[in-house]
Ligand binder design. Structure first.
Ligand code: HEC
Ligand code: HEC
Ligand code: HEC
Length: 138
């Protein structure tokens, strides 16, 4: 009886797992507004962006050095989407770049309590300049 129950439970667990795997959609990652390239290869950004932001934060706060390409304001300037009226939408809003992927990965970040998730004009200008440099391979 115990063995039968165990087998039944194993079967149920496998069924639940396969159903869950099929039911969970992959995140649809919002295309960046400013391209064509990220500040590092996308594969590396996927794995290392948290480290980059953490180190950059520590450097800025402790030494006042701004490694401009890795500034949070620039991530936002390139990655914030627009609504149907062309107004910028926060990267932290539901379905937007940072939020959609973090929701999928069940990651919570508190950054946007203090930092704005919308681009500011100065950062947008810097983002366009850096996009040009990246496109030229610099
Ligand atoms: C309690 C408020 C607060 C929270 C929460 C917070 N920050 Fe900051 N952060 C600041 C302040 C203040 C500065 C320094 C002023 C500036 O440079 O904008 C700063 C600077 C930075 C910088 C360097 C400036 C820039 O634009 O790159 C980075 C990077 C950064 N924070 C990343 C983060 C990340 C990532 C998180 C979430 C994990 C976070 N911060 C959460 C207040 C906060
Ligand atoms: C100059 C514009 C620009 C800046 C600045 C920028 N990105 Fe990107 N990012 C892009 C573009 C364009 C892509 C997609 C194309 C590519 O590089 O493959 C991308 C891709 C990514 C990806 C991979 C997304 C995926 O499809 O899996 C992540 C994660 C990412 N960026 C995070 C960041 C973070 C975090 C910052 C700030 C430290 C940042 N980006 C700064 C333009 C930018
Ligand atoms: C391709 C998916 C993806 C995108 C897009 C993405 N993230 Fe992440 N992010 C992750 C994953 C996965 C983790 C957790 C990694 C871990 O725990 O090792 C993470 C973790 C973080 C962390 C560290 C959280 C902590 O508590 O340690 C920060 C900060 C962060 N992301 C900022 C951002 C910002 C800002 C953006 C948008 C500009 C962004 N991420 C876009 C997948 C993504």
């Amino acid at each position: 009886m115990a063995r039968l129950l165990a087998a039944l439970l194993t079967g149920l667990a496998a069924l639940a797992a396969s159903t869950a795997a099929r039911a969970v959609p992959l995140p649809e990652i919002v295309a960046p507004a400013v391209g064509p390239r990220c500040v590092l290869p996308a594969e590396q950004m996927r794995r290392e962006h948290m480290e980059l932001l953490r180190h950059q934060r520590a450097r800025t706060v402790r030494q006042g050095i701004r490694g401009e390409r890795f500034s949070l304001r620039l991530c936002i300037a390139c990655h914030a989407g627009r609504d149907e009226r062309g107004q910028p939408v926060s990267v932290a809003a539901p379905g937007q770049f940072c939020e959609s992927c973090h929701r999928y990965a069940a990651v919570r970040i508190d950054c946007f309590q203090c930092h704005s998730g919308r681009p500011d004009p100065e950062a947008e200008a810097a983002a366009r300049r850096i996009a040009g440099e990246l496109a030229a391979g610099r």
